[in-house]
Design a protein around this ligand. Sequence first.
Ligand code: ASP
Ligand code: MG
Length: 402
Amino acid sequence: MGLIVQKFGGSSVADVEGVFRVAQRVVETYKEGNSVIVVVSAQGDTTDELIAKAAQINENPSKREMDVLLSTGEQISMSLLAMAIEKLGFPVVSLTGWQVGIRTDSHHAVARIRKINTERLKKELDSRRIVIVAGFQGINKYDDITTLGRGGSDTTAVSIAAAMHADVCQIFTDVDGVYTADPRIVKDARKLNDISYDEMLELASLGANVLHNRSVELALKYNVKLEVRSSFNKEEGTSVKEVSQVEKMLVRGVTRDNNTARISVVNIEDTPGKAFKIFSLLAKEDINVDVILQSIGRENTKDISFTVDKSNLEAAIKILNDNLEYIGASDVKYDKNISKVSVVGAGMTSNPGVAALMFEALYDAGVNIQMISTSEIKISVLIDEKDAERAVQIIHSKFNLA
Ligand code: ASP
Ligand code: MG
């Protein structure tokens, strides 16, 4: 018996059947004597549909109004789930982000949670209610609605688990857990029983679409016990924990991220301060930059290439083109048809052979590498998008992950 936070994704509550399946699951946990807080995402493709709806009205709406709109998707799910639980005969209450008191900064569409008021949650749990909370949203210091970025409901769940000192945060989704590779691409991909926070953080950031990366960051920071499991069956799933308890493996998983675009600023004058100018312009627009490569050009010039999320490509190109003179460069080029393929594993820190093995696999497959980036526990390569699936398969087998 304890306090359990359960998060259910959009595909788990997509239809009437799903809503009742989730309600049953929640009620079972409650009947065991636990206090239960449930975080839900918008049903199915609701968020995408809302984005499309907005585009019909205004192709460039303010981020503030977008957040007002997108936050409604979660409000629908939370009330429907509460109604299903009522129907099953259990005490329940649903709360939006602002009703709970989820305080965020003011970066609309990518807000970060600053503080969670636990008073209301505690009061409801004390009266033995099941509490349903709308994921992905909060309010800023002006009491305006904010959202946490696509996939942000995971982050809501982990934040609440941290603030409430929950015993565990269970993330229910449409897969059984975290795999060595996307099972849709690699037939013999294997489910991992456990994984370290660091490895999970890398996997989440590198395109294994299981957890929102910030949720993992928070789980690590506040030591929240995390479990990823299926909402369709009772399998154990994957638990995310401290590294010391995790089975040691050289490489844990291979990921592919098609959501990346490459930008090159070319013919930059070779003097100090150029990188600073480029990346501070992008930072001002809240554009995250990933792999960065500076190369020597001709006649005292250099090129700087980097990757951004595809959704930020247009904005990034615009801000750079508008400031070409200020930066002191001749041109901005880009490529949308690239993919980032990565291997992740805490075991590679002490094993110099990993990079060589990965590059050998790509060589075997005749795949050309455009950019490389490494950290202690991951190696990423940028390659042509059309080669990505094959690259994942061949790397997966090269490392014997099956
Ligand atoms: N509904 C939001 C989205 O689709 C948040 C989430 O699913 O976690 O991105
Ligand atoms: Mg969703």
